[in-house]
Design a protein. Structure first.
Ligand code: CP
Length: 315
């Protein structure tokens, strides 16, 4: 595997999930693969889980790890081709990415969308420039439109905890005070549409995701209808795709509560984290027995390790 940017880079998602669960049982079995190999983790945006879990995954595989918070510690990057760099930017992404590729065997990149220009974000301009210029395999640590390591960890978690062969999985929109990217819901949707689950997306009118990611899902504006008999509920806020990056008039009653859980099949509640308590998800849910958010975050290690193992095997 030379690129991990979406579910489309994976030939067999069930095999990858099985690999991740195998690695969870035996984390250090493949240390020989990473000997004398280095991964560079480059962050243009903040991270707790992705940074630590990917670093841990690489260490489990015997790799060396370099982390660069390029937004804070690096030279200010110019992203536009043809720019006259007489402003605040100091280094062009062409040289920066190419130089990083000289120091490492694999690069991980995190870049968020600007949420201003949909075409620019959905063309993945920043992530693709790293892919084009670094000349080594690239793993997405979340890009403008997708978060595939998160989605793989989510599928690992569902596979591990399901109590029936084809569980009902519901992605439900939740309120927030800031416009958030569509990357996590887009990515979760496209992975669930390929997984052996009964998948429903519930959101208020106006928060439709791009159909490029939701083909095969049942989509409803009625949260109660969606939650009925759900086995897993994935809670997430996202801003509108049209008008792009906007928050629409308030929908406070979309926050999941214990009362709403009553209509589910004692659903397990998921969230990628970080989560704003009592805005996106209530204390009673997060502190309650149905929440599996920490377990889910723990599985980020095994998802990342399964992907890095595949990349190391192809070097
Ligand atoms: N879920 C997730 O990607 O968390 P971080 O932003 O902390 O990495």
């Amino acid at each position: 595997m030379k690129l991990f940017s979406s579910v489309h880079d994976v030939t067999d998602i069930n095999a990858l999930v099985a690999d991740a669960l195998q690695l969870k049982q035996n984390p250090y079995a493949h240390q020989h693969l990473g000997k004398n190999r280095t991964i560079g983790l480059v962050f243009l945006n903040p991270s707790l889980r992705t940074r630590m879990s990917t670093q841990k995954a690489a260490l489990n595989l015997g790799m060396n790890v370099m982390v660069l918070n390029i937004d804070k510690e690096g030279w200010a990057l110019e992203l536009k081709d043809g720019a006259v760099m007489n402003g605040t930017t100091v280094e062009h992404i062409r040289e920066a990415a190419a130089v990083m590729g000289q120091y490492v065997d694999i690069i991980g990149v995190r870049s968020f969308p600007g949420l201003k220009n949909r075409e620019e974000d959905y063309n993945e301009e920043i992530f693709n420039k790293f892919v084009n210029y670094c000349a080594v395999p690239v793993v997405s640590l979340e890009s403008a439109t997708r978060h595939p390591l998160q989605s793989l960890a989510d599928l690992v978690t569902i596979t591990e905890l399901k109590t029936k062969p084809r569980p009902k999985v519901v992605l439900t929109w939740a309120p927030h005070i800031k416009p958030l990217p569509q990357a996590v819901p887009n990515s979760f949707a496209e992975w669930m549409c390929k997984a052996d689950v009964d998948f429903t997306i519930a959101h208020p009118k106006g928060y439709e995701l791009s159909t490029d990611f939701t083909n095969g899902a049942t989509i409803t504006h009625n949260q109660d209808e969606a939650l009925k008999d759900a086995d897993f509920i994935y809670v997430k806020n996202w801003s509108a795709y049209e008008p792009y990056g906007k928050i629409l008039p308030s929908n406070e009653d979309w926050m999941l509560t214990n009362e709403k859980l009553q209509i589910t099949n004692a659903a397990k509640v998921m969230h990628c984290l970080p989560v704003r308590r009592n805005l996106e998800l209530s204390d009673e849910i997060l502190n309650g027995r149905n929440s599996i958010v920490v377990h889910e975050a723990g599985n980020r290690v095994w998802a990342a390790q399964a992907v890095l193992k595949k990349m190391l095997e192809s070097l």
